[in-house]
Design a binder for this molecule. Structure first.
Ligand code: ADP
Length: 364
């Protein structure tokens, strides 16, 4: 049996195009991993839309071309992960050079589940193969330590050049929270400049290394502190979390206007506590009415990223340090968060295409 080499696999993959980017996977630098072990071949490719309708066809094409050069191979397995393009091809943010996208998760008022959405969205994106960080900028109620079950003080990494804090890590997400650094209840007396000073330090003094997405869980509301923060953070865009009631939607609208004022694009709206599914009958109840988030998104010309049901399991996950996406990765709720993550990634890509320079493609 002829030995199969990585080079042979790479060469074969030059025959397969990414349908969204119209170039072959090798030129696009989309072949991320090749493992050849005991005659089995495992390949990971990056696609613009790893779950899109073309993805299965691309994977089948990859398998076919690999088989054609390695007919005696055992299993040929091709996995696809999300391709992440950077907002700014020359290096996004001076303050955090390794970070590709920064996303604020915001809400017009407290209690709508903003932190729950931020946490689960972060875990969902990480599960789908992205490198993800989460900064808890919610000074009034830092809930990320509780939600991720971490509370230790971050370590400081000292070198002759700098002293940087190392983020904590849980469920595949790198974390930094005001809650790691201060005693309970201290933060509520903070004023805007202190909050933005702390968040600035989280950007400049934390060793984030390379990240596809850095998510900021903002304090709820649209007051001075929030405004200062969205001007402090170099944001790629924002996600607004709301519940379906009219009162919450009015606040969500204020949130969207705040981002408009400072020229930060809103990638879309997530409707939390959208509906309830009775565990015994499976019947769906729209407790707060239906379609509020979708209507708001249409009215404000932004995207409806998805809805999350109200379910005690989601609250319990948040209370015991395991976001539901980490605790029940195969549940319907995890799938809903994962879909929101994919919709968000798509909006970011669309935004990049509209605003940024064209994708750099090495045709060499
Ligand atoms: P915010 O950040 O908007 O203040 P949180 O994420 O802290 O809100 O959520 C407020 C409370 O509601 C928490 O106890 C949380 O566990 C719970 N919660 C949030 N979303 C859901 C949901 N979809 N189903 C059930 N409980 C939820």
């Amino acid at each position: 049996m002829a030995e199969i080499t990585r080079e042979m696999v790479v060469e074969s993959l030059t025959q397969v195009n990414d349908p969204d980017l119209k170039n072959n996977l090798v030129n696009l630098n989309s072949v991320k991993d090749i493992q050849i072990e005991a005659g089995n071949i495992k390949v990971t490719i990056e696609l613009q839309n790893p779950e899109g309708e073309n993805a299965e066809a691309v994977k089948a094409q990859c398998e076919a071309v690999i088989r054609s050069v390695a007919p005696d191979a055992g299993a040929v397995i091709v996995k696809s992960v999300q391709k992440v393009t950077s907002t700014n091809q020359t290096g996004p943010y001076e303050i955090m050079p390794g970070v590709k996208h920064t996303i604020a998760v915001a809400s017009g008022k407290g209690g709508v589940g903003k932190s729950t959405v931020a946490a689960n969205l972060a875990v969902a994106l990480a599960k789908d193969g992205a490198k993800v960080g989460l900064i808890d900028a919610d000074i009034y109620g830092p809930s990320i330590p509780l939600m991720f079950g971490v509370g230790n003080k971050p370590k400081v990494y000292q070198s002759s050049f700098s002293n940087k804090m190392l983020p904590l890590e849980a469920h595949g997400v790198k974390l930094m929270s005001i809650g790691f650094l201060i005693e309970d209840n201290q933060a509520v007396i903070w004023r805007g400049p202190m909050a933005s000073g702390a968040v600035k330090q989280f950007m400049s003094d934390v060793d984030w290394e390379e990240l596809d997405y850095l998510i900021f869980d903002l304090p709820p509301g649209t007051g001075d502190i929030q405004l200062t923060l969205v001007q402090t953070i170099p944001l790629s865009g924002a996600v607004i979390v709301t519940t379906p009631q009219d009162v919450a939607l009015i606040d969500a609208k204020k949130g969207l206007k705040m981002f408009e004022r400072v020229n930060v694009p809103v990638f879309g709206i997530v409707e939390n506590m959208s509906y309830f599914v009775a565990p015994d009958t499976g019947k769906r109840y729209d407790i707060f009415g239906t379609g509020g988030g979708e209507r708001l998104a249409a009215e404000l010309e932004t995207t409806f990223l998805g809805g999350i049901p109200i379910d005690p399991a989601i609250r319990e996950g948040g209370d015991n340090g395991k976001p539901i996406v980490a605790q029940y990765p195969d549940s319907e709720h995890a799938a809903a968060f994962s879909q929101i993550g994919k919709n968000l990634a798509e909006q970011i890509n669309i935004n990049n295409k509209n605003n940024g320079p064209d994708l750099e493609i090495d045709l060499g």
